[in-house]
Design a protein around this ligand. Structure first.
Ligand SMILES: Cc1cc2nc3c(=O)[nH]c(=O)nc-3n(C[C@H](O)[C@H](O)[C@H](O)COP(=O)(O)O)c2cc1C
Length: 138
């Protein structure tokens, strides 16, 4: 099993309905492939962790790479894991704007209150801490 964590830019500002549709589509396919994880959205930026069998994670990620709703994808981490961090979630989801500051320790300091791709790529460990911080809430 592996997890793959990437960050990408939305190609347009998604509405809440757009995000709901994206999630419904993602959850259906993830359930079938036993893929779990978490998707964060803020500031026209997506950050996601995908967990599952290597081949399945790669299949999903290849679909995401080709998806015109996002662009400029950067893989932050890809590594073998012995257990899942998000085992109960076919895909957890958070819009960071709606989170309280207790849910986002260090976010203000590291990202000036906005998810930012350049900062996340420079500051991988802080970006990962943000994403993995949700594992204990889901
Ligand atoms: C930011 C983002 C995250 C996505 N996450 C997933 C996901 O976790 N699982 C999934 O099946 N599809 C996800 N998708 C949708 C896929 O890109 C794709 O539309 C969907 O899997 C159907 O793929 P197919 O048309 O190749 O069958 C995501 C798309 C975007 C833009």
């Amino acid at each position: 099993m592996i997890h793959l964590i990437y960050i990408s830019s939305a190609t347009s500002w998604p509405s809440e309905d757009d995000l709901k549709q994206l999630l419904a589509q993602s959850r259906a396919r993830n359930l079938k492939l036993n893929i779990t994880g978490m998707l964060l959205y803020d500031n026209a930026t997506y950050m996601q962790v995908l967990e599952g069998r290597e081949k399945d994670v790669h299949d999903i990620y290849n679909s995401i790479l080709k998806d015109p709703r996002n662009t400029g994808n950067v893989v932050l981490v890809e590594e073998e894991i012995s257990q899942r961090d998000f085992q109960n979630w076919s895909m957890g989801f958070k819009i960071l704007k709606s989170c309280s500051s207790e849910e986002l320790p260090g976010f203000q300091d590291a990202f000036n209150g906005k998810l930012d791709k350049e900062l996340a790529v420079k500051n991988t460990s802080k970006a990962l801490a943000l994403l993995m911080g949700f594992a204990k809430h889901v």
